[in-house]
Design a protein around this ligand. Sequence first.
Ligand SMILES: Cc1cc2nc3c(=O)[nH]c(=O)nc-3n(C[C@H](O)[C@H](O)[C@H](O)COP(=O)(O)OP(=O)(O)OC[C@H]3O[C@@H](n4cnc5c(N)ncnc54)[C@H](O)[C@@H]3O)c2cc1C
Length: 455
Amino acid sequence: MPRGKLLGGSSAINGLVWVRGQTLDYDTWAQMGARGWSWQDVAPLFTRIENYEKGGANGRGTAGPLGVSEVPDQNPLYDALFKAAVAAGYKLNPDYNSEDQEGVVKTQASISRGRRMSVAHCYLRPAMSRPNLTVVTEAPTRRLLLEGKRCVGVVYERWGREFEARAGREVILSAGAVATPQLLELSGIGSPDILKRHGIEVRHALPAVGENFRDHINARIAWRVQDKRLSYNHMARGLGAVGQALKYVTTGGGFFSLPSAPMLAFLKTRPELATPDVQMHIVPYAIKDPKTRRLQEFPSMAVACYQLRPESLGSIHIRSPNPDDHPAIRFNFLADAIDQRTMVDGFRMMRRIVEAKPMDALRGEEYSPGRSVASDDEILTFIRGNAHTAYHPIGTCRMGPAGPKTVVDEKLKVHGLEGLRIADASIFPTMPSGNTNAPCIMVGEKAADLIRAAA
Ligand SMILES: Cc1cc2nc3c(=O)[nH]c(=O)nc-3n(C[C@H](O)[C@H](O)[C@H](O)COP(=O)(O)OP(=O)(O)OC[C@H]3O[C@@H](n4cnc5c(N)ncnc54)[C@H](O)[C@@H]3O)c2cc1C
């Protein structure tokens, strides 16, 4: 589970795909008791974030700090894939970040003039000279400081020594869905059973800390491409990479300016569904080895698919009282029968698109997993053995009314404690339908409003 351990967090290393999610996602949060988080409430926050190059229709922002652009790259492979998707019965969509997400699309990316729009670049750097801001780097937080039921600061480490930072008003914890529950548990906030098992004094019992963990599991199919000029594999190595690096430096364009996928699809696996339940990432290259991220040696392309709103729940908990030990991440992918069904159906839909007639002249053999993987059981076994995280961990400090399944209230305050809020992907009650960066930044905007309103 890679995470961005730098200013800007994972937004500084991510794949730059910009997806707000579906209106239903946020209405569901509100229905689950998170008042103030319905689509009507959060849509203006998304608008406030964005500076979208294609203008302000559909509530899209044009004056925000974070530039969003549609992938400018052109490739006959994309044209054929769009035609193939239509031939397979799917629709196109000019703006999947409008209230209608469904369709096959060119990706909108958190990229402006070829530059990554991380939250460090868009929010932190412009505020860096403010007199009331101090940024300390190379300083991992070890635990929160509690006085009774009030959080009064944090303990962090620097140069091998521990320091304290005391809070004037409150502490806002934004360490992400992996490290936030870890820090709470290290501070004695969590399930008493788990804390006692590791010899940590229970300062505040909250059994939901580290539970409700969800992620997207990404299953990929790869094909050979008949015309080698259309596949980008050669652009990531040797002279190809040098040429692309030069192109990026001189024009801001080329392979190195692309998001992780230039085309996406948001589709329904069953016609009776109200909204799409799978997302595909369509790329004109293919990875040879997921561990090294090296690209395939022969011309190829890939389509990856995940279920947008998985039911299966995992957990993230500490393995020891030592803050340097990574927590145990239990994905529990595909535990739920709905998730299994949806992934198998999504897998078949990827094939349906790439095997449609408009791709005949460009498509070569499917070499991974290959056509011999055909039955539901074979496909599911392949997914279980080969699919992996899409890097979207969420939910481990779930927001909602006080109870055994929640950690923060709708104002992001930790239940039962004073002076502590959480603002990151850990508070999502359910998975937003898409990549998770835009919803995380929306949480940041909402947190800013809540903090200002209380000041
Ligand atoms: C490889 C990768 C690709 C991705 N691709 C996409 C994509 O294309 N589109 C998309 O929308 N989303 C993508 N995501 C997901 C998205 O970037 C994240 O969901 C989002 O950035 C998470 O935000 P966050 O604030 O919850 O946590 P993070 O961004 O992870 O921020 C946590 C911060 O806390 C800091 N921190 C953690 N522990 C401590 C500690 N003990 N002391 C001090 N600081 C600490 C970290 O250094 C980091 O700065 C991707 C993620 C990854 C890793």
